[in-house]
Ligand binder design. Structure first.
Ligand code: EPZ
Length: 418
């Protein structure tokens, strides 16, 4: 067990470099199972979700060499297994194994996915897609199995623009016979990254990043290739909001401004200043942020994965703000932790009201989920006194070297073994 100990308040100043996108990596890694060959993946974030997925892939027969902290060469010529129930259960993104192994082997059995407790998170749309492609799917005793003699391209309409379902159906369609159309597809940057990776390896996917994606099935993918993971939009947004909350001045390097338009608009609305220059963004704020109303939406709207980080900023903003979380049913657990630090937040279902206070006061807090963990680090940085943060395993799933990155920009932060 470990805890983070943060002494505040300190303004965050300096340069921070953004790592590869966790949510792209946990989709591209299983996507390699569609390749009867060897490929190299660069710019992987050094986070536990990536390391755990590499262990899972080895279980199915992949051979993985770590060339350095951020790069693997993965040999997926001999996929010997299609069923694993234990380790896949603890891990949200393991559902991508279904699309990938259905596409590669025509059968798969995994534990139903775990992941952050932010809502029910069903996978009915994934299953609807697999069945539309001709697979038979069975869910029983907490496991899901699917099989298909042949996958045939078809048109699939997604009732919700689900990121996971969009990617999973894409994976199952790449080697199917004929053309698959995904309508009302999600448009997140990491969906485009998965499509770009697969196209680099010889797939024929068009329209990723729009709400209609067309996949022309191919016989097989190339037997070798190299791909570099896109920079993490959510990590970049996390540091943008940290700069505003701490009234600091950060140069955020290795980010794609295009992916951050909704966050830039909101940072400017609450009084931050944003200067973009190529793959660098300077974000600073010299005064207490203004109030604002936020509604989380599928991309290109304001991301649900930045909702908690924005909540920290609004907890100390001038005036009263409202956040409407339209994607997940219960993504406000972090507000109880912020209220322990003197925030005045009332959450009810999918909305929360923030009565801005002058400052937060340090307190011991517990991380309920990955993005709330990043939010609590920002809160500890701006709170008066010494904050202790417990349950770091959630944060380590999706943020690389988080305390080093915060220390480098001025935070007084230590990771302590308990
Ligand atoms: C992905 O989760 C991300 N996880 C989440 O990031 C992110 O918050 C979410 O997309 C939205 O952007 C990964 O990529 C591993 P969805 P996912 O399917 O795929 C409902 C993080 O912090 N839904 O777009 O599970 C669902 O319940 C994590 O990095 C169905 O009803 O999200 C939710 O209300 C947290 N049926 C909404 O759609 C389905 O079959 C959006 O879910 C699928 C989803």
């Amino acid at each position: 067990m470990e805890k983070l100990v943060i002494k505040g308040p300190t303004p965050l100043r300096g340069e921070v470099s953004i790592s590869g996108a966790k949510n792209a990596a946990v989709a591209i890694l299983p996507a390699t199972l569609l390749i009867n060959g060897i490929c190299t993946i660069e710019n992987l974030p050094n986070v536990s979700d990536v390391k755990q997925f590499c262990e899972i892939l080895k279980f199915f027969g992949a051979k993985i060499t770590w060339n350095n902290e951020h790069e693997i060469t993965i040999d997926t010529r001999n996929i010997s297994k299609t069923s694993e129930l234990e380790i896949t259960r603890t891990f949200r993104a393991s559902y991508y194994l279904i699309g990938a192994l259905l596409g590669r082997c025509g059968k798969v059995q995994v534990g139903l996915p775990g992941g952050c407790k932010i809502g029910a998170r069903p996978i009915d749309l994934h299953i609807k897609g697999f069945e539309a492609l001709g697979a038979s799917v069975e869910v029983s005793q907490g496991n899901i199995s699917a099989r298909a003699k042949k996958l045939e391209g078809t048109s699939i309409y997604l009732d919700i623009a689900s990121v996971g379902a969009t990617i999973n159906i894409m994976l199952a369609s790449v080697l199917a016979e004929g053309t698959t159309i995904i309508d009302n597809a999600a448009k997140e940057p990491h969906i485009v990254d998965v499509a770009n990776f697969l196209n680099t390896m010889g797939a024929d996917i068009r329209g990723a990043g729009t709400d209609v994606i067309k996949i022309n099935g191919v016989k097989e993918l190339k037997r070798e290739g190299t791909y570099s993971i896109v920079p993490d939009q959510i990590e970049a947004g996390t540091f943008m909001l940290a700069a505003v909350a701490s009234r600091g001045d950060l140069l955020i390097k290795n980010c794609i401004t295009k992916h951050l338009e909704s966050i830039i608009a909101k940072v400017v609305e609450i009084g931050g200043i944003v200067e973009s220059n190529g793959d660098k963004l300077r974000v600073y704020c010299k005064k207490r942020p203004n109030r604002a109303n936020i509604k989380t939406l599928p991309y290109p709207g304001f991301p649900t994965d930045l909702q908690a980080q924005m909540g920290v900023v609004l907890s100390i903003a001038k005036g009263t703000s409202i956040i409407n979380e339209s994607i997940f049913e219960s993504r406000f657990q972090y507000t109880e932790e912020l209220n322990k630090m003197g925030a005045k937040i009332t959450s009810q279902g999918k909305s929360a009201v923030f009565d801005g206070v002058e400052e937060l006061i340090a307190a011991p807090v517990c991380v309920p989920d990955l993005r709330a963990g990043a939010a609590l680090i920002i809160a500890g940085t701006i709170a008066k006194g010494t904050t202790e943060i417990y349950h770091l395993e959630h944060i380590d799933r999706g943020y690389e070297h988080i305390e080093e990155k915060f220390k480098k920009i001025g935070a007084n932060i230590e990771r302590i073994k308990i």
